[in-house]
Design a protein. Structure first.
Length: 426
């Protein structure tokens, strides 16, 4: 029986490799660029002059309890690879609309809530411009468009942008796996990148907190590499060597060096506030809550991943994401689980939308408290339940994308939050 099961797994993995190679070739990704790294991927995509469509709905033939199904994995990857190369792209109702509604109800002003959400989406796309229900930019789109932060984009391996979306932990190979559905934001020794971005966002504009590639600072007296005062190595940067999974054991290698994070061409992180301008405080929060959501979205991969810090005879930080749950097939399928499905039908470890919205809500409460704008009522379980459990989650389960947008918008309207720009008015 053990041999039969092992043979079955190997056959499925081999089939996954073949199917993904076909999908990569068909979409042009194999020769053009590394595979798209997505987390809470755009679920609503735009077609010029037409209603929004689902970027990659879970096919009816694919079960919501087997992310490793090779055929479903190849289909999901092919669909995302095709759709996300279309000119107008789309948006994630988790990263944008849901974040906007939560931020406003927690106490941020309408303007601040918008910019937090806009920069959350821009962390995936480089820039964000709101569009209406026909794919057209909203009338005041220029005033609502973010600055370029393409150095943080998920596919930009050379700038370190990839590591804002795939955040492994610094742990030994024999250490217990972390709980990526509820990562510890106060654990800089292990949750290096997450706590690093959080500190940078919490300190705010004008602070001395650096934003470093990979989150790697000089080691502190407490023994962590996340909360130092300078990026690791200073004028003598250390290599960052990583491997990410196409289909384990086929790696996608990537290299970088420690230092200040690239924000866009010619701009590194010490110039972030000047580059972004008046919305830099909100942009920092948006980038952080995006990274937090992605840590949870990708937890099946990043919980198993590891970071090895420099040691005697080795100056590099070595990142290992060559894990079965980092394979592109299950990665793509799990994004199909994030909207448009009955969340209760998913395995507990795949219920990432519920986990992410809950934790992003809690963190927005913390940031609102520091800024002095917290609505005290937002800290009650009843208030959170009304926004998240009874509001956003049922709305995000709607399979039809237009109905999903309208349902999410209706949640905000019931709570006194005007529609996100481009969505139907209350």
């Amino acid at each position: 029986m053990r041999i039969t099961r092992l043979g079955g797994r190997l056959t499925a993995r081999a089939l996954s490799a073949v199917l993904l190679t076909v999908a990569l070739t068909a979409t042009g990704l194999l020769v053009a660029s590394p595979p798209k790294a997505r987390a809470f991927a755009e679920d609503v995509c735009y077609t010029p002059g037409a209603p929004p469509h689902s970027c990659a709905p879970l096919p009816f033939a694919c079960p919501p309890s087997d992310a490793h199904d090779p055929i479903c994995g190849a289909r999901a990857f092919f669909r995302y690879g095709y759709t996300l190369r279309q000119p107008l792209g789309g948006r994630s109702l988790v990263h944008t609309d849901s974040t906007y509604i939560m931020a406003r109800k927690i106490g941020f002003s309408l303007q601040d809530a918008y910019w937090i959400a806009a920069y959350s989406e821009a962390t995936d796309l480089g820039t964000f411009r709101p569009r209406d229900m026909r794919g057209n930019p909203v009338p005041n789109a220029a005033a609502l468009t973010t600055k370029d932060i393409s150095g943080l984009v998920r596919t930009h391996f050379k700038t370190g942008g990839f590591l804002f979306h795939f955040l492994p932990t610094m742990r030994g190979p024999r250490s217990p796996l972390p709980n990526g559905l509820r990562p510890d934001v106060d654990d800089p020794r292990h949750e290096v990148m997450l706590t690093h971005i959080r500190r940078w966002a919490m300190e705010g504009p004008g602070s001395n907190a650096p934003l470093c590639t990979g989150g790697f600072t000089d080691r502190t007296a407490r023994g962590d590499y996340a909360t130092g005062t300078t990026c690791y190595g200073g004028p003598n940067p250390a290599p960052i060597n990583g491997k990410y999974s196409l289909v384990d054991p086929i790696p996608i290698p990537f290299q970088n060096v420690t230092g200040r994070q690239v924000i866009t061409d010619g701009v590194t992180s010490e110039r972030f506030d000047a580059h972004v301008g008046p919305q830099s405080a909100n942009a920092r929060i948006g980038i952080y809550v995006h990274a937090l959501g992605d840590r949870i979205s990708h937890h099946e991969c990043t919980d198993e991943g590891t970071i090895a810090p420099p040691a005697q005879g080795r100056r590099s930080f070595d990142i290992d994401l060559l894990q079965p749950d980092c394979d592109q097939g299950p990665h793509a399928v799990r994004h199909e689980y994030e909207t448009g499905v009955d969340f209760h039908s998913l395995d507990p470890h795949d219920r990432t939308t519920e986990a992410a919205l809950s934790m992003v809500y809690d963190e927005l409460v913390n940031f609102a408290r520091v800024r002095g704008v917290l609505n005290p009522e937002a800290t009650t379980p009843a208030a959170k339940k009304a926004v998240v459990t009874d509001g956003l989650l049922p709305a995000l389960e709607r399979r039809n994308p237009e109905a999903r947008i309208r349902a999410v918008t209706a949640v905000g309207c019931r709570l006194g939050v005007p529609a996100f720009p481009g969505s139907p008015r209350c």
